[in-house]
Unconditional design. Sequence first.
Length: 403
Amino acid sequence: MERSRSMTLFPVVLLSCAAMFASAALAARTEPSGAEPAGEAPARAEPARAPAQGAGMGGAAATRPDPARDVEVVQVADGVHVFIHPDATESWPQGNTVVIEGDRGLVVVDSAYLPSTARADIGRIRKLTSKPVRYLLNTHWHYDHNLGNSVYLEAFPQAEIIAHEATRRIMNARVAGYPARVLAPDSQAQKDLKGMRETLASAKSPAGEPLSEEGRVRLERDVAAREAEMAEFKTFEYQAPTLTFDQDLTLYMGGREVQIRHLYRGNTPGDAFVYLPGEKILITGDLLVSPIPFAFNSYPSEWIRTLQALAALDARVIVSGHGAIQRDGAYLREVAALLESVVDQVRQATERGLRLDDARKAVDVGPFRLRMTGDDKEKNDIFNEVFLTPIVERAYQEATGQL
């Protein structure tokens, strides 16, 4: 089901036996660039091992939280609630969802990865208020922020789903067919699941060592989560955004003003963020992710400009696309400074004539890495995988005129 109306407006500690699947799963999250709409950059590769955004990265329980039930609900202002979701699987996080109440209806920001999570969120919303959802915003095209769209439209048929024009184009090209690609018999996701089952059956880690009891329980939970994901995808219905904007869209929800903006390309071509000027609340989507930013197929210099503009808002509360709620702009400024450091160092490397591999060796972000990971080995690996490796490549492309 799809309705369309366009408007242009200006003004873990990680499980050791799962590590064997990391490279393959990362490849599975990289879609062929040929599917990308004309004029767009190749699609972002999603991380195979996402930082444990909801609960932090300080270790994993033997049992996996239920992605639909084990949700942290935080009220950040009168009538503004944040749903912080646990990861859907060991490979996929779920974005934060924000519910903003107006006089006659609600604005919801992002609809999660699993449709069942969106359905459970709607149940939570109905316990908070009897008002209907009038608008659902997709902050960007990544699957973990919009696969629940159809669930919202089924529950609230009069709702409009808002996105930047570029986000809608990419969603139509990539998100619509994503579940079918996961379910394909020869997909990397199917191969990963097969390997995980074989590891369970053998009761041995990739190194040939016996699985610990904790490891076995964790892997059983990971397999169950993958199987549940695939079961949901068999009945998935894609729902595109129904209302698009270019730069600015302001919703006047009675006594509450909801500003939706796009400044520059950043984490994706069509990043949208939300600002509530009355409450000084900023909702960033994946322009900001904690505790470690994602940088796949980003636009480094424009991302920096965007974060600098967000910092200038001096928000009292910042809700990032993943991770804990922040009560000041310290982390936002830290990520902007980290990006600036990488861009400057890569530009200097290219001015010296260095190729990409040598430029990578020349980039030193040690102090930033230490503050974000505490020098934990697993967290350092994640930092390198989801941030440093892709951002250096994108900064190099930018510095050499390829981006």
